[in-house]
Design a protein around this ligand. Sequence first.
Ligand code: GLA
Length: 390
Amino acid sequence: MPPTVIESAVSTFSAHYAQSPQAVVRAPGRVNLIGEHTDYNDGFCLPMAIEHSMAVAWSPRADRRVELVNADGTLPGFEFGLDDDLQPHADSPWYNYVVGCVKVLRASGQDLRGCSLAFSGDVPMGSGLSSSAALEVATIHALLAVANIQLAGPEIARLAQRAENDFVGVQCGILDQLASACCQQSQAMLMDCRSLDLQQVPLPESVAVVIADTGKRRGLVDSAYNLRRRQCEAGAAALGAKALRDVTMQGLMEAESQGLIDSETKRRCEHVVAENGRTLAAAAALRAGDAVALGQLMDQSHADLRDKFAVTCPELDAMVAVARSLPGCLGSRMTGAGFGGCTVSLVERQAVEAFVPNLLSGYAQRSEHRGSVYVTTAAAGAGPAVLPGA
Ligand code: GLA
């Protein structure tokens, strides 16, 4: 068996610092079952944490310096001072996530301590499974543990989001960080992105969640993402609403007929308004154990993301079409920001074994990209990990 990320963080730590770490924390990636492009509109999302995660082994240091090393060698022993004037590093995006977390914690008044950190992660990067959020949330957990500070999950998520918004420069919402910080084992989590009210919703035993990576990396995602965000904000503002959360389909129709919004803005906003309703309906379906209803809502979500919000791509549409043609598939959609990355399908458990190879071969006939599939269970959110051998 390959080493787990926890084992690999510990062995990287021991090899680099010539001592054992004091402890390890981990933070998972996530897959969003439904509720896409709703988080920055104060809306609802329904993600679950996945088994792929980021682990950080740590020990305190006597001085006020932070040293970093990464199991895959992309972070060759970077070091900085907690009191330095910290600036983004053009050649090492990785380093920016970590330094961004230090900066937001410092700005929020936390009294950090120097530490040695070793990272190891297996969340595929750039595929929409929130490798950045896992990195940020794990980093914040480690920095807080070193300084013996306790913060609630939603607060950790807010800080992680701020690190990404302000230091890395991506205007993401709170979905990924909140899922990584607060999801629970075997549960999906209904999140209200306005109040940060979180409700755990159990997943039925009878279905499996299958993630399929199209192999298409998200191109131009940041600019297209920020554009969608602006269109949503413009739509809400034209209707005099704080956010699209507060807007109805009727309101959008009236605004278009009065010339307050153009037809493209209306289509974008319609997706968000409908998706909020679908997400609440999906949580209700899960509570009622109705996986068929959840699957139908996922299908509708994908159709709107393709036709109204325009964030799918031929590869995502092909993966979803193949999944929908296979026996036992109850629903399938793109997950994450879009423009590439992964789909998520809800599949009857007894059909999964045949579903996986058929999905891959069907996709191979329709795309020049190489797909890959992960059958995942709902994993626990971020927290301390048990040291190997303890
Ligand atoms: C990315 C962002 C999230 C969210 C999704 C779309 O994953 O990081 O905040 O907006 O896209 O739902």
